[in-house]
Design a protein around this ligand. Structure first.
Ligand SMILES: [Zn+2]
Length: 310
């Protein structure tokens, strides 16, 4: 073997990582690899015994893009009491890790309790460095600082000395404080050499964008129904029981108004067991059919049905 094995640069190493190759090619064997190099449209993997295998670069790039922009389930980033991201400042939000919905009783985890204590007090942390240090504390893994519309720093007060300075264009590109996003940002030029036009993203940005889309569709539906909301659903989520992966999402619906007594509500598809992975699609379907979803605790008359504490 006289092939010189070129080192992949840092951007290429992120794209053509072993896990991305496996995502693209399920039968990829990642043992006994001596090196990798790029050759035209292929990634060439060289094994210790000298065997070389070719993998189509495009397929791995697609796997990389899909993986970085995947959207976790609805409950993955809700804070205590089904709280969505909290607006902080500088156009940034705090996105909660979903500690309260990990498993039944996980609301008693120290990480979940930390969120319950601090969820309403985040404004007390005044600067970005302090906030990042707070969120990064490994004991609590509170969540992420995220700006889906870009970070906007307050304009400095004008002084006469600054008067000939041209105001800077605000940077509207999304931001997230997670390691994956920062890693992509750091080697963006190298990534863009492989994938022209690529912009950094992460599962947190994918999630917050989908969450905001859900909220805006829901508000639009409420606004288009002046007066009483007739078609409504109520949903409740029980996190996975011990040893299980799937939680249970239960839905009631009515066409008699959201305040209708409990006997006017029906269980949606009684025989189907829905989990956290069905939530986004079910919410989309409700809104498409003009049913306004409400979290069960908002409708006290339904308490006898949703009486379980998770
Ligand atoms: Zn992120």
């Amino acid at each position: 073997m006289t092939t010189t094995i070129e080192q992949l640069n840092s951007g290429q190493r992120i794209i053509y990582s072993r896990s991305n190759i496996r995502r693209a090619f399920a039968d990829f064997d990642d043992t006994d690899i001596s090196g990798m190099y790029l050759n035209n449209n292929d990634l060439v993997v060289v094994y210790n015994d000298g065997v070389e295998k070719l993998f189509d670069k495009r397929v791995i790039k697609d796997a990389f893009k899909d993986f970085r922009s995947r959207c976790p389930d609805f409950f993955a980033y809700l804070g205590p009491d089904l709280k969505g991201p909290s607006f902080w400042r500088n156009n940034c939000y705090v996105l909660y890790k979903g500690w309260n919905y990990q498993f039944q009783g996980s609301y008693r985890l120290p990480q979940a309790i930390m969120q319950q204590k601090w969820g309403d007090k985040l404004q007390l942390i005044e600067n970005e460095e302090g906030m990042k240090a707070f969120l990064n504390n490994p004991d609590y893994g509170f969540g992420y600082l995220i700006a889906p519309d870009g970070v906007l720093l307050p304009a400095p007060p004008l002084s006469i000395d600054d008067s000939d300075e041209i105001a800077q264009e605000p940077d509207l590109s999304p931001y997230c404080s997670c390691g994956s996003f920062l890693q992509q940002k750091e080697v963006l030029n190298e990534i863009q050499e492989e994938i022209p036009g690529y912009e950094p993203t992460c599962k947190h940005l994918a999630w917050i964008n989908r969450y905001r889309e859900f909220l805006s569709k829901r508000s639009a539906l409420i606004e288009s129904n002046p007066g009483m909301i007739e078609k409504a659903t109520a949903w409740s989520y029980a996190p996975p029981a011990p040893g299980e992966q799937l939680g249970q999402l239960q839905i009631l619906y009515t066409a008699s108004g959201k305040m209708a007594p409990i006997n006017k509500w029906r269980i949606y598809k009684k025989d189907v067991r829905y989990s956290q992975h069905d939530a986004w699609d079910l919410f989309d379907a409700m809104l498409e059919n003009e049913f306004v979803p409400f979290p069960a605790p908002a409708l006290t008359q339904l308490k006898p049905f949703f009486n379980k504490k998770n």
